[in-house]
Write a protein that binds this ligand. Structure first.
Ligand SMILES: *Cc1c(COP(=O)(O)O)cnc(C)c1O
Length: 389
């Protein structure tokens, strides 16, 4: 990959140079006063980004999967029941985690590209003494945006803790953690939060922390135990150093910069920009005759596009797009993997990235023999962007 190529996959994404400079700066001691205040600020900012003023933030070295594991390991005990609202690949992983931690798992599923039926979820919740329900905000394997507000509120009505996997959504898709009553919002650094891979992040409601405090059995994982991390997060936020395991110092510095940029843009403005970008991409896909994997635009995510290859075109298309300077991702859903590809559009995406990506896809499709009017997709993007101003 050339340094000038555009990385348009569903994470890692393109990062702001100021964030990358923070990452490349001289590493401070994890107990240095400047680092303590940087970490403390990052924690406060994470709370603001998740719109969760009373939540407890956790930032731990690891990937998004660790954030999922922290939620599961701390919130269920062996024999307790967990409901997984399953939209695809990462919901399967959530179910596997619950099983690994001894929970009894019930799943509400839907066909790939569809969203789960909230009424059915509500019926299952009513029938079942669940401790926790999980949903994937944006399913990265299908490009589907789940109705998380309705799901979280349904869980709340039944006294069930709600965990939302926001790895492909946080800071890109509208989410009001506290107003909606979500107990855990979990994410990773490398997607819409705009920081290279390596951090697992969670914001945990007081109710979820109480549930963890009233456990009868110890958390089975040491590294994932809230009990080890809570005093550390509290200390850094209070301006004191504390040690359990060495924080990813440079990543935390980069995170503090990125969260600052996100808050300067403003959450509602940032969500709206991701919607505008998604709508511009959708105009291009229509012009190119590409069908999206989500069954309708109303359930399609704004942080990535999942698109079927057109007739006569296969995964070799991605190599052709890369020759045009843009890196895209293949399919991920086990049932459909070979039939579709994905375009990530998170973090620092604007008109320039959209036009460059659409132009590259248009040229690659033409080279692959797919017929479309040259420039039609780019024109459709321009029309959409000009109309959205
Ligand atoms: C990327 C992703 C994950 C996994 O994150 P890793 O950092 O790869 O471990 C989990 N859930 C969703 C929805 C994702 O998009």
């Amino acid at each position: 990959m050339s340094e000038r190529d555009l990385l348009m996959i569903p994470g890692p994404v393109e990062f702001d140079p100021e964030v990358l400079r923070a990452l490349g700066a001289k590493t401070a001691s994890h107990v240095a006063p400047e680092f303590i205040s940087t970490f403390g600020r990052a924690l406060k900012r994470l709370r603001e980004v998740c719109l969760a003023p009373s939540a407890q933030p956790f930032v731990v070295a690891g990937s998004g999967t660790l954030a999922m594991e922290l939620a599961v390991a701390n919130l269920v005990e062996p024999g307790e029941r967990a409901l997984v609202v399953n939209t695809g690949y990462f919901s399967d992983r959530m179910a596997t985690l619950f099983e690994r931690y001894g929970a009894e798992v019930v799943q509400v599923r839907c066909a790939p590209g569809e969203v789960p039926d909230v009424a059915e979820v509500e019926r299952v919740l009513a029938g079942g003494r669940f401790k926790v329900m999980t949903a994937t905000h944006v399913d990265t394997s299908t490009g589907v945006l789940a109705p998380v507000e309705a799901l979280v509120k349904a869980a709340g009505r039944h006294g069930v803790l709600s965990v939302v996997d926001g790895v492909c959504a946080t800071a890109g898709e509208t989410f009001h953690q506290e107003a909606w009553g979500a107990d855990v919002y979990l994410t990773a650094s490398q997607k819409a939060l705009g920081v290279p891979p390596g951090l697992a992040l969670l914001t945990v409601s007081p109710r979820a922390l109480d549930a963890w405090r009233s456990r009868r059995t110890p958390v089975r994982s040491l590294y994932a135990d809230f009990g080890e991390w809570l005093p550390i997060m509290e200390a850094y936020e209070a301006g004191r150093a504390a040690y359990f395991a060495t924080p990813a110092v440079n990543l935390v510095c980069a995170l503090e910069v990125s969260l600052g940029q996100i808050l300067r843009e403003g959450m509602e403005a940032r969500f709206a920009r991701h919607r505008r970008v998604a709508h511009a991409f959708r105009a291009a896909w229509r012009a190119l005759g590409l069908r999206m994997l989500p069954v309708s635009e109303s359930v399609a995510a704004h942080t990535l596009s999942a698109l079927y290859y057109p007739e006569g075109v296969d995964a070799a298309l991605l190599g052709r797009v890369r020759e045009q300077g843009v890196v895209l991702a293949g399919g991920l859903h086990p049932q459909l993997k070979a039939r579709y590809f994905r375009v990530g559009h998170m973090n620092v995406v604007g008109p320039g990235e959209v036009l460059a990506t659409v132009g590259a896809v248009e040229r690659a499709l033409a080279a692959a023999g797919h017929r479309a009017e040259p420039g039609a997709a780019v024109a459709a993007v321009q029309a959409e962007l000009l109309a959205a101003r």
